[in-house]
Design a protein around this ligand. Structure first.
Ligand code: NAD
Length: 353
């Protein structure tokens, strides 16, 4: 199959090419022909997918109805997301256009969970500030005091794969764990108790978000819920930027009600993250305001970024494409895709007819 990969970075080229070659030799599949585009998929760039059987997108590629329609009209039959979240694709539109869509639902949840813990400890123990200070020969400890994590209450919002991996690590630090999830699972109960979101916010010293971005979770952290948080508590978001209402967290930081904020994801990260803007005037005033706080840490959506996770993401993406191409029902399919049984060749024939 011809696969067009958008938003491709050098590491995407390396890991996807490696997976394409490795799976063809170990699993007897065919090597796909991959074209890499370093720009994002959008209405402006969708024509570049012309001639491809499948496209592969990442978290900030635009997969709206007009883009999906243009892809379908240009001959694309499959959309592969090389990420877990799928908030950037209009799944209903994809399904009605007859497109196959698959994601990578699980890849090293520990990679993201470990990063969330790293952010908590950086923010809490202020190692980001100590690093800069020491490099200038300043070994003064004023302003660097943190809090011992042992015995603190940590609130986990969303106890799926990453939330559970996070809970396991936090438990190792000796934290008391609370969780909120509208679909509570057995796995978390060995680490702590399920409570309402309100109770979690009221009791937690650290709150870590691990739920997906949906209509129901958009701005789950807002003026009201921030007001429920314990005075001086810290918030960590490694999930999706849209979970947090940025203006409200800025206000909560200014009033000192919120004791710290660590973001790996940001509401308006599209077009900004994954690119070097260091020589430009960044126009996003809210992001720039956030970065002026000494108790705010912002990273560019890198929680997933480990060798192990990239290997798993690439292999799963190529396997998803293999399932589509070989007419095998795909366990990672996100839409009802009837024609899979018939296979892409037949669909093409039908279209020609
Ligand atoms: P998952 O599907 O295994 O778990 C999500 C959990 O959230 C489920 O248990 C679900 O019931 C729960 N949930 C749904 N609505 C909720 C709500 N209103 N409140 C609380 N919980 C709710 O997903 P996962 O693999 O654990 O990933 C979680 C999220 O992490 C993904 O949706 C993705 O957005 C994000 N993610 C970020 C990175 C990164 O690099 N920063 C990498 C991978 C995933």
């Amino acid at each position: 199959m011809n696969l067009a990969v958008f938003s491709a970075k050098p590491y995407d080229r390396e890991f996807l090419s490696k997976a394409n070659a490795a799976l063809a030799s170990t699993e007897g599949g065919q090597q796909h022909t991959i074209t890499f585009h370093d720009f994002a998929l959008s209405e402006e760039t969708v024509s570049l997918a012309h001639g491809a059987d499948a496209v592969c997108g990442f978290v900030n590629d635009v997969l709206s109805e007009p883009v999906l329609r243009a892809l379908r009209d240009g001959g694309v039959r499959a959309v592969l997301l090389r990420c877990a979240g799928y908030n950037n694709i209009d799944l209903a539109a994809a399904e009605s256009l007859g497109l196959f869509v698959a994601n990578v639902p699980s890849y090293s949840p520990e990679a993201v969970a470990e990063f969330a813990l790293a952010l908590i400890q950086t923010l809490n123990r202020k190692t980001h500030r100590a690093y800069n200070r020491v490099r200038e020969g300043n070994f003064n400890l004023d302003g660097l005091m943190g809090r011992t994590l042992h015995g603190k209450t940590v609130g986990v919002v969303g106890t799926g794969k990453i939330g559970i991996a996070f809970a396991r690590i936090a438990r190792g630090f000796g934290c008391r764990l609370l969780a909120y999830d509208p679909f509570p699972g057995e796995a978390f109960r060995q680490f702590g108790d399920y409570v309402s979101l309100e109770e979690l916010l009221a009791q937690s010293d650290f709150v870590s978000l691990h739920c997906p971005l949906t209509e129901g979770t958009t701005h789950i952290i807002n003026v009201r819920t921030l007001g429920l948080m314990k005075e001086g508590a810290m918030l960590v978001n490694t999930s999706r930027g849209g979970l947090v209402h940025t203006e409200s967290v800025i206000a909560a930081l200014k009033s000192r009600h919120l004791g710290g904020l660590a973001l790996d994801v940001y509401e308006a990260e599209g077009g900004l993250f994954y690119h070097d803007h260091s020589a430009e005037i960044i126009q996003d005033d809210e992001l720039m305001r956030l970065m002026t706080f000494p108790n705010v840490l912002v990273c560019g959506h890198q929680a997933f970024f480990t060798e192990e996770a990239l290997t798993e993401i690439s292999e799963c993406t190529i396997r998803n494409l293999g399932d589509f191409s070989n007419r095998i029902p795909c366990k990672n399919s996100l839409v009802k895709y009837g024609p899979v049984a018939a296979g892409p060749e037949l669909i093409r024939q039908e279209l020609v007819r």
